[in-house]
Each structure stands twice: as structure tokens, then as C-alpha cells.
Design a protein around this ligand. Sequence first.
Ligand code: AMP
Length: 570
Amino acid sequence: MAEPTIERSVTFADLGLRPEIADALAELGYEEPTPIQAAAIPVLISGKDMLGQAATGTGKTAAFALPILQRLAEGNRGKEPVAMVLVPTRELAMQVSEALHKYGRKLGVRVVPVYGGQPIGRQLRSLEVGVDVVVATPGRAIDHLKRRSLNLRSLEVMVLDEADEMLDMGFAEDLEAIFAETPTERQTVLFSATLPKRIDAIARKHLQNPERIRIVDEVKTDDEHQRVRHSAYIVQRSHKAAALGRILDVESPAAVLVFCRTREAVDSLTETMNGRGYRSEALHGGMSQDQRDRVMTRLRNGTADLLVATDVAARGLDIDHLSHVINFDVPSSVDTYVHRMGRVGRAGREGVAITLAEPREHRMLKTIEQVTKKKITVEKLPTVADLRARRLDVTGAALRESILQEDLDGFRVVVESLAEEFDLMEIALAAVKLAHSAIGGPDDDQDIPDATAPSFNGPSRDRDRGDRGRDRDRGDRGDRGDRPRRPQGASSGNTRLFVGLGRESGLRPQDLVGAIAGETSLSGRDVGSIEISGRFSLVDVPEGAADEVIRALRETKIRGRKVTVRREKF
Ligand code: AMP
């Protein structure tokens, strides 16, 4: 296993972005530009028109948003907007505005999203105050133009995002009407996942000598990786961590590398998965060489099951026993997918590449399939019933092994005495029940909603001026899904401890796991079920280590507080 070293690649500053913008991106945990950003940003900064083919998930929003911010940082700003971004749906309007806010935090940029379904009064007030960038759905933009609450005479940049979808939704005429209100001397940028003839027609009419950018690379997937199984699960963002846990339980991988896009995502997933009982380690470009070496040692000696990494950090990393690569987020280009999956299935071994995609990212999966010519099977997440069935299989297999070992004579007396009172079948059932609960397993008792249908079958074509068409499909962000498990009673071999701190003090499962793993000889994996109530929590730890854990937790602080810790009395 080689030590990971961070290779230098193209940076945001190399693309000509101002330091305050590059700094904001570094703070967000972006380690390097995605391919579409590396190609588009210099072109857009130079002021040229551009026609870009890129789907959701490629980082296209930042590709057009960053040059707009750069222009705003350098130019004059008045009451009227300098840039306008047209998008097909209300959800996308909100996401693009958020992105502009996030990237332009240090520049104090005024961004107003304008979409149907929101009371027009609020939009009128924001526009009246003055605005730098308007992000609008075509229908509502037309409404504002008619009311004269929006004036495009100072417009310098016009962006059409997801242009093919806007046409699919019947916005062609509205787009023409909006273009008619803009100065001819403007920069025009068109992003589209597909380039049908109608898009070409718009480009010919409204773009001047556009630079064409297409990041659907000709990638070579060599035969060495023929034995890789490719699958994907369509999951809402808020359920991804739970889904990952479920997949790991069913796949039982030897060693897993999980890829996330940003440093923040790596850190937060590592924490969440530790809280869920998977021993996870983070690896990203913000860590020192020392920290990275320690992670690799823990992976090598088996004290970690899961390595969560960014692409940059995982470069130059060579783990030979890797069986699974999991894309927690869809990769930003086909090339990235191929690189990631190249880490499994080496030397003819079997490997698995799994992608967790949000419903809106289905097109990226299709592109990867087309370019790599590998079938990606969209699978259904294992249900609670599947997990239970699998756990029963494990118990059955353990019993079969025990029978074959023929060392059961010592227990004959128990069976014989019970047989005087009960049927043999009943005795066997009770024994299996005890064995099953002793073997244990993850206590995950809620099904994860299936996000596959109907959105994976392609976008809805509803023409909807209110832009409600596909809003439900667009992933919600935020909640990392770290729901505590709910045990019924300490499983055998474990002792249940009472900890006098609960949800009301902001306690999360990972705080308890972190405190125990940090202060005692136990690792996160040894910590059993955790139940967090309003004012207190219950946590299962191995019987033999209970006193050590009580002592250690009494001496330390959890979330900055000294807490009561004792054996839970029943
Ligand atoms: P988009 O394709 O614009 O919808 O972006 C997909 C996701 O990638 C968004 O969540 C962005 O925040 C994220 N993203 C965009 N650019 C980068 C980057 N250079 N590094 C890491 N994440 C990024």
C-alpha cells in the first residue's frame, strides 16, 4: 500500500479567479476545479460566448457562477442586474441563487431568485432595492418584464442553464421574448445536458462565435477491469448515509473506499458513519502528511473498515485488497468515474463500483454508461425485511456449523430436561431465538424511501408556468440522516450505560462514540446501540469494558460538560 501524496493539479487561482473567490471555494472544501470548470472558467472570464454540454453533477453551476462573480468584483454595479440566469424550475432557481451567495460571500453580491409559486410582492421589493444577478424561471421573468419591475438594459451576461429542459417544458417563446429585452452587446452562455437541433438553432441565433465545450471524454476502460460490477442506487440526499450503511451491511465488503466531493463532506460522512458503528477514517487535502500516515496505518492494520476520501487525496493511493468503491456523490466527469473504479477489479479480481445518485443526477449515470459502455444496474435499496432475512441466514449458517462441530454433548442434559415439559420443536425455536439475538446485527428498523420511481425514467414534461414540475425530485440538502438506533434492551455480552446528557443539549450519537473511542481502549465499532432521549442517553458497551468507560466518561467532558455516567438500572 503506497502512502498517499497529494499531486499538484490545476487550481482555481490558475484559472484566473480572484483570491477572494478562490478563498471562498477553499473554505467550502473544494479541492480542485471539476473538468467542466477547468475548461469553461477561463473562456467565460475572457468574455467569450460559450455553448457547454454538461449535466447536473458536473459542477456546471460554479462554472458559470464564478466568472459572473469575477465580473461583479471588477465592474460597476448599479440598480439593474448585470447578469441573468434562466433556469427551468423553481428548485433550480433557488439552488443557483444559493450557490451565487455561497461563492460570492466576500463580495456582498445581491442575488434575487425570481420564480413562480412565490408571492410576487417579495420579489418586487427585492428588485426595487437593486440587484446584481437575477436567477429566474422564464415565466416569472416575463411577468416582471411586463410589469416593468425588471429592466435588462444594463445586462452584460445572460446564462441559459439546462436549456434543453427549458425547451422541453415549452419555454421557447418566453426565451425569445426575454432575449428581445437584452442589449445585443452581451455575453451569452448556454448550458445543456443534450444538444438537440433546437438547441443548436438557439445557439446560432443568440450566441456569437461561441466556444464549444463538451466534457464527454473519450475514455478508455481497459479489459483489466472487466470483472467490476457496476450498480447505482437512487436516493434522496437526506437518506444517503442510512443507505450507505444498509449497502455495507448487505455487501459485507473486505475494504471500501468511499468518495465525496468536498473536504466538508468527507469529514461529516466520516463522523456520521462512525456514529452508526462503522469504523471510518477521513482522508483529504486539508490534512497533514502525519495525519494521512496515521490513517493509512489504521487502514493497514484493520482498525478501520471504511476510508472516506476526496479525489485529490485518494490519488496516488494504492490499496491492494480494496473490494468496493462507492461514489457517495456522482463523480463530476466520466473520467473521474473511470479513475475511481480503476481501484477495484485489478489483476482479474472481482470488484464492485457503487454510485449513490440523487434523482436529479440520473442523466449523469446515463452518460457514464454510454461513454464507458458498461451497464450500471440501478438497484433497489435493501429493505428492513431483506436485512432481517439476511441476518436469519447468518444465524442458520452459524447453527449448522455448530452442529457439524459435534461438541454439543454438554448441552444434552438441558434439552432432555426441557423435553419432559415441551415439544422438541419449541425448544429448538427458543434456542435459535437466543442464538439470533446473541449474534446481533445493526438495529436499523426503518425503511429508506425509494427515490427511483418515477424520476429515473426521465424528466417530466409538464408545462408549468408555476415551475412545480420536477421540484420534488430535486434533492433536499442538509440533514445527514444520522438517526440514532433504537435498542429494546442491551444485547447479550453488553452492558447498558446511562449518560446524563441528551438531545436537548445537542448530543448526537457520534459524540458518544467519539468520546468512548477517544478516551478508552474501545474503538467506535465496539460501541453498541445508542438511544438518545431529550435529557439523557443510553449506550451499550461490552460488559468487560463497562467500568473503564464509566471511569473515563466521568473524567472527560462531552459537548463541553461533565456528565453523570452509570450503569442503567432496569
Ligand atoms: P452542479 O453540477 O452544478 O449541480 O454541482 C454539483 C455539486 O458539486 C454541487 O453540490 C456543488 O456544490 C459541488 N461542486 C461544484 N464544484 C465543485 C468542486 N470544484 N469541488 C467539489 N465540489 C464541487
